[in-house]
Design a binder for this molecule. Structure first.
Ligand code: M6R
Length: 609
């Protein structure tokens, strides 16, 4: 969602801010702005639309003088995208400028309070109250004024704040929204995401909730919520800037699809040692595992779809009940969680607001939370009892691909690990699973080599208005992901159904030429799925099937077109089957001329409820 960059140093600030904001574009936004101090005054420039529009207005930053500034990309929540609603938001007097990620929940009360004291508001945003409130308390000490304002603010925030009469200071503070600081030879930085500062330094400090940072030419000072100075650990970011760049590919999404064999290998291989799954990053005692009454999986979007696959697999492996819940629903459905419940939160970003809220609710109810997270040091990682990281590296495209695949890989390891501890699989099965799981990267690689065929199939169907996905069991879970991938980047209407459910209503939408993508990889239910394919064929649907080498002879007889993946143990089929679905969505979106990496209305990390 929104992005923040702040800089103070020896260089001109505006080009550095624009460059940092460019690195945050992937998060999704609809307007951008900067505020730079030129030594006399704060210059604020904002523009609705793409960052390029802002950059053009200020000649790539060259038209704005000054070595201290803050910048922002905004994803609209309170008030439509417009110049007025963009950040930085500035107080009436013009003295305070603020950039903000998150939501100020009591902004209406604060607005009433300030209005009753004569403050005039100019935007529809919740952020403007922060600027006005800091100004209201301002008596020459910016940090103290911010501290007083924060005392009255409820909600989530990462804030960067400047004052017109303090040309060489930026104050940052956070709660429930990420914020980092970093120092380099040519200056000091504030940012909502490390990618914004990677060109300058890889040594960063992750601020915790309630921390304040004061950036000046001398360096960065950090304070706790009582404004007592504190020391914080410097973390070294060990992935390279090239991981966050396109490296010759036309789109991040395509690059990330192609990276999957490597990142799956990186996620699995170090955790299999001497023919054993070693999860030494977690601390689940065998007594706890044996006492488990239930496993809850909580996540949003594609991470939820991973949870759907995991439910089928982990139940089969462990014989423990597994419930999957959308994080946005979990909190409000009176979940049955106690100290015999393992709650598995899955999140690429580790900052998804709904998943964070679900995690906190699970802990409040006494559950033990194990998270599967990609972003190191993120809120979900920090607040969980145990974390298993997916080593996917930075994922930039809004549509997740490689993070999804590494999440799946971790759920396989976890399921087999739990089953081994519970004694619900025998030694032979255990060994066979480990041998099979190691074959995933090479098999994914072979599927990627066949991308030309999928591009051809996309050329047949990219003009379709509606596309249905059907499948049973894990194929149903995959259908959900295939359909989401397609609709989020190509804007084609698409729905996914459990194949047996279609005839209970939705089949009325199937007519001559409707495309039905039948995911038919799960051998045990192949004949059942074939019956469902035949039902839609009888209504003149076009059927594109996705099946395995073993399924090909039967599925081929009832399909108009087919994608065939290698055979693998049924537990791991989703890792292979998802790849053609990702490629299909990608090529369809490409042929329709869509903005693949930044689809409309979407954000990479959804930090609001
Ligand atoms: O960062 P998270 O995994 O918590 O994000 C969850 C969803 O927002 C995310 O998977 C979303 O559905 C993707 N854009 C789908 O491609």
């Amino acid at each position: 969602m929104c992005g923040i960059v702040g800089y103070i140093g020896s260089e001109q600030a505006a080009p550095i801010l624009l460059e940092g904001l460019k690195m945050l574009e992937y998060r999704g936004y609809d307007s951008a702005g900067v505020s730079v101090h030129d030594g006399c005054r704060l210059n604020v420039i904002k523009a609705k639309g793409r960052l390029q529009a802002l950059s053009d207005m200020i000649d790539g930053g060259k038209a704005v003088c000054g070595a201290c500034g803050i910048g922002h990309t905004r994803w609209a929540t309170h008030g439509k995208p417009s110049d007025e609603n963009s950040h930085p938001q500035v107080s009436n007097s013009g003295n305070i400028a603020v950039v903000h990620n998150g939501i100020i929940e009591n902004y209406l009360q604060l607005k009433d309070f300030l209005s009753s004291r004569g403050v005039k508001f100019h935007s529809e945003t919740d952020t403007e109250v922060v600027a006005q409130l800091v100004d209201y308390y301002y008596e020459g000490d910016l940090l103290k004024a911010v501290h007083k304002a924060i005392d009255r603010i409820e909600g989530s925030y990462a804030l960067g704040i400047m004052a017109a009469d303090q040309p060489d200071k930026i104050v940052g503070v956070r709660k429930d929204s990420p914020l980092i600081v970093a120092c380099s030879e040519n200056g000091n930085f504030l940012a909502s995401d490390v990618t914004a500062v990677l060109k300058h330094t890889r040594d960063v400090i992750y601020l915790d909730d309630g921390n304040y940072a004061v950036l000046s030419l001398k360096g960065v000072e950090i304070y706790d919520s009582f404004l007592r100075p504190i020391d914080k650990k410097i973390s070294h970011v060990d992935w390279d800037i090239s991981s966050a760049e396109k490296g010759g590919y036309e789109h991040f999404m395509f690059k990330e699809i192609m990276e999957q064999p490597e990142v799956i290998r990186k996620t699995i291989a170090p955790r299999i040692r001497n023919k054993k799954i070693v999860l030494d990053e977690i601390n689940l005692s065998s007594d706890f595992i044996k006492s488990l009454s239930k496993i809850y999986i909580v996540a949003c979007g594609s991470s939820y779809h991973v949870g759907m696959v995991a439910k089928y697999n982990i139940e089969k492996l462990t014989r423990k009940p597994v419930e999957v819940a959308l994080a946005s629903e979990f909190r409000y459905c009176s979940p049955i969680v106690d100290n015999k419940t393992l709650v598995v939160c899955i999140s690429q970003s580790g900052t998804t607001a709904d998943t964070i809220a679900a995690l906190r609710e699970a802990k409040r109810l006494g559950g033990r939370v194990l998270s599967i997270v990609n972003v190191v040091g993120s809120t979900i990682a920090k607040e969980s009892d145990d974390v298993i990281y997916t080593w996917a590296g930075p994922e930039i495209a809004v549509a997740t691909t490689k993070a999804y695949s590494t999440q799946l890989a971790v759920t396989y390891l976890l399921g087999i690990y739990l089953a081994d501890c519970l004694g619900t699989i025998d030694k032979d099965e255990y060994e066979r699973f480990l041998n099979e799981i190691m074959t995933i990267p090479d098999k994914v690689e072979s599927i990627l080599k066949g991308k030309g065929h999928i591009q051809y199939l996309a050329s047949l169907y990219f003009n379709n208005q509606d596309i249905f996905f059907i499948g049973r069991n894990i194929d149903y879970a995959l259908s959900l992901e295939g359909s989401l991938k397609l609709k989020e980047i190509s804007y084609i209407h698409s729905e996914a159904y459990a194949a047996g459910e279609l005839k209970h209503g939705t089949i009325s939408l199937v007519e001559d030429g409707t495309l039905v993508i039948a995911v038919a990889t799960y051998q045990k239910l192949l004949e059942k799925t074939i019956s469902n394919i035949v039902e839609v064929k009888a209504r003149d649907a076009q059927v594109l099937s996705l099946t395995t080498e073993s399924g090909k002879p039967l599925v081929g007889q009832v399909s108009d077109n087919m994608i065939v993946i290698p055979d693998i143990d049924e537990l791991f089929l989703p890792s292979l089957a998802v790849v053609p679905l990702q490629l299909f969505a990608y090529y369809v979106a490409l042929m329709r001329g869509c903005d693949i990496d930044k689809p409309r209305n979407l954000a990479k990390s959804v930090t609001v409820e």
